[in-house]
Structure formats: structure tokens, C-alpha cells
Design a protein around this ligand. Structure first.
Ligand code: NAP
Length: 224
């Protein structure tokens, strides 16, 4: 029975990962912020652990709870979209801090805590990035703070892949497509079930040759 950690498991893509992996019989560890969300995760069969990605002490506490246990799949899903800007509207300092701390700093604090568990399981780390994080594919100016955060996250994953790849871990940045969630909105093209089913297929098929890659939910390799 594989162990799957879902960081940011209470809504949208993270919650659907919990549903699908739990339904498949995986041992799922899922993080929450609000106590009422823990009940939902437990009802799905997951072990629920608290985590606020904006709080380094909370991240350290999660590391202690996990205590280096083998992790076959670690999914870094927690993220925020930040302001819906167009053109070059500057973000406030508060907006910058919230987006960059959630989407970039938290993964940089979490990955080292997960390294031992991932190495002992020879596991896979998937950070949920976005096609909007691709510098090479950028064609519009919407939400430039979010784009910057996901481009930075991609760099974090690439660097982690060099370190952890040498220890047998596969690290990937994955784009889920445009998904109907609170963040994606009601007009998004993909149902969350379809996106997560496709992402799980990409994760299951990944081997060492996929370490350090940026992949779409379809499996297509994306330009950084
Ligand atoms: N939806 C899309 O179209 C789309 C496209 C590309 C990439 N993505 C990426 O996919 C990931 C999931 O997106 P989604 O659409 O499922 O978003 P969502 O429905 O808004 O859910 C966001 C999740 O992140 C958690 N989260 C946010 N800030 C957190 C914090 N400080 N500490 C702990 N958890 C926190 C939320 O927890 P709470 O419930 O506690 O707030 C929630 O579980 C994000 O990284 C997003 O950037 C989404």
C-alpha cells in the first residue's frame, strides 16, 4: 500500500487527489488548516495533519509528525492565485508576500523535510505548478505575480531534482490544466476529476527519466 502525502488537501485539486488515492487503497496523509476540514479528510480515510504553509513553525511541526517515514508520492498542491491583474499593475507588498510565501517559500521549507522519507521509499515528488509559470510559453500579461511565483516554484523543483534525483527520487513540476475549482473558476475547461485522473496517470508512469521535468496533465513536456 503506497503512502501518499497531499499538502493542501482541503479543496479543489488537493481534495480530489485525496479522494482518488484513498479510493484506490493508498495510505493518504492530507493537510488542512481548519479543523472542520480535518473531519472531511478523515471521513475519506486519510490521516489528517495540520499545516499552514504561511507558518514556518507549522511546517516544522509537520516534518516532526512525518518523522522521515517512507513517502511514495508527495504532492505539493497548496497555492494561492494572488491578484487578477492585467498588464503591469504592481502588486502590494502584502500580496507579494502572501503569494511568494505560499507558492515558493513553503515548498522550499517542505522539500528538505520530505527528503528522507522520499529517499527511503525511492518516491516521487510532484509540485503542482502551472503552465502560467512557463517563461518560454508566456504570451499574455495576466496575473504576473502568480506567473512569477510558479516560475520560481519550477526553479525550486529543478534544483531539488538535481539533489534528490541523485538519491533515487523523481521530482517533477506538473501543470493541471485549467480546472474548475475555487481558483480556476466556473468557466475553466477541465473537471477536477479529469485533471486529477490525468495527473495521477502522469505520476504513475514517471520514472527516473522524468526527474527534473515540467509536465502538462496530458504528459506533454512543457518548456520551462
Ligand atoms: N485550478 C486551476 O485551473 C489551476 C491551474 C494551474 C495551477 N493550479 C494550481 O493547483 C494548485 C491547487 O489549485 P486549486 O485550483 O485546487 O485551488 P483552490 O481550490 O483554491 O485550493 C487551494 C488549496 O490550497 C490550500 N492553501 C492555500 N493557502 C494555504 C496555506 N497558507 N496553507 C495551507 N494550505 C493552503 C487551500 O487550503 P484552505 O482550504 O485551507 O484555504 C486549498 O486546499 C495550486 O497550487 C494552483 O496554483 C490550479
Amino acid at each position: 500500500m503506497p503512502t501518499v502525502l497531499v499538502v493542501g488537501a482541503t479543496r479543489g485539486i488537493g481534495l480530489e487527489f485525496v479522494r482518488q488515492y484513498a479510493a484506490d487503497g493508498a495510505r493518504v496523509i492530507a493537510t488542512f488548516r481548519r479543523p472542520q476540514d480535518a473531519e472531511v479528510l478523515r471521513a475519506l480515510g486519510a490521516r489528517a495533519l495540520p499545516l499552514d504553509a504561511l507558518d514556518p513553525d507549522s511546517i516544522a511541526a509537520l516534518g516532526q509528525q512525518l518523522d522521515g517515514q517512507p513517502i511514495d508520492v508527495a504532492l505539493l498542491v497548496a497555492g494561492v492565485g494572488g491578484p487578477n491583474t492585467t498588464e503591469l499593475a504592481p502588486p502590494s507588498r502584502e500580496q507579494f508576500d502572501e503569494v511568494m510565501r505560499t507558492n515558493v517559500l513553503a515548498p522550499m521549507q517542505l522539500i528538505p523535510l520530505l527528503a528522507q522519507g522520499l529517499e527511503s521509499a525511492q518516491g516521487k515528488l510532484a509540485a503542482i505548478s502551472s503552465r502560467r509559470g512557463s517563461i518560454g510559453l508566456a504570451t499574455d500579461t495576466n496575473s504576473w505575480l502568480y506567473r512569477a511565483s510558479k516560475a520560481a516554484l519550477n526553479s525550486v523543483v529543478k534544483t531539488a531534482s538535481i539533489h534528490l534525483g541523485a538519491r533515487g527520487v523523481v521530482c517533477m513540476a506538473l501543470s493541471p490544466g485549467w480546472v474548475r475549482t475555487d481558483m480556476g473558476g466556473p468557466s475553466a475547461r477541465l473537471d477536477v476529476r479529469d485533471s486529477v485522473t490525468a495527473l495521477r496517470r502522469v505520476i504513475a508512469a514517471a520514472n527516473r527519466s522524468h526527474n527534473g521535468r515540467f509536465l502538462q496533465h496530458t504528459g506533454e513536456q512543457l518548456e520551462w
